[in-house]
Write a new protein. Structure first.
Length: 182
């Protein structure tokens, strides 16, 4: 089954906020079925995510403090795509910065919308293999609070089943990766 693109013409658009990583606008649009209305949207350049798997089949994740949820989430390394940057370059940089590992083999997993009800952000997911621990891990960004965690596939699936705080992009990318490798 294929779903096609059917752009809804913009009749009017107002920018409400321009931030460092995203903007927020409200637009009046006409849907393909002819209905007109106003929709709010967070405009985001997209994110890139790695599913890092070591040679002995361990997943490399990060426990990252997220102010928005007032706690730590278990996540795969990820980052915002910078202007004019290829998502593949974004994730190579982010993997090293967040985990201290470098991958020598990369495979695209796919891309998916993160929260299409209110944002145009897409996540570009990659499988990262043939990992090398860097002798001198780069400094983390000063606005990040990250701890590296290694888990088996079984331990990770148990964490999901137990309701551990894990973000949706991580769970989605994990199962997509498992499907591609099966």
């Amino acid at each position: 089954m294929t779903f096609g693109s059917e752009p809804a013409p913009i009749l009017q658009q107002r920018l409400h906020y321009q931030g460092r990583k995203f903007s927020f606008d409200v637009s009046r649009r006409r849907l393909p079925n002819g209905v007109e209305g106003e929709w709010e949207c967070i405009r985001h350049p997209g994110g890139a995510l790695a599913v890092p798997v070591t040679d002995d089949n361990l997943l490399i994740l990060v426990k990252q403090y997220r102010v928005t949820v007032q706690g730590r989430l278990l996540e795969f390394p990820a980052g915002t795509v910078e202007p004019n940057e290829d998502p593949a370059e974004t994730i190579k940089r982010e993997l090293e910065e967040e985990t201290g590992y470098r991958a020598h083999r990369w495979r695209p997993i796919g891309k998916f919308p993160l929260a299409p009800g209110y944002s145009d952000e897409y996540i570009y997911a990659f499988l990262a293999q043939e990992l090398e621990r860097l002798a001198e891990p780069p400094d983390q960004d000063e606005d990040e609070d990250i701890e590296v965690v290694l888990l088996t596939f079984e331990e990770f699936e148990q964490a999901i089943a137990a309701g551990e705080p894990i973000d949706a992009k991580t769970i989605t990318s994990y199962f997509w990766m498992r499907y591609l490798l099966s």
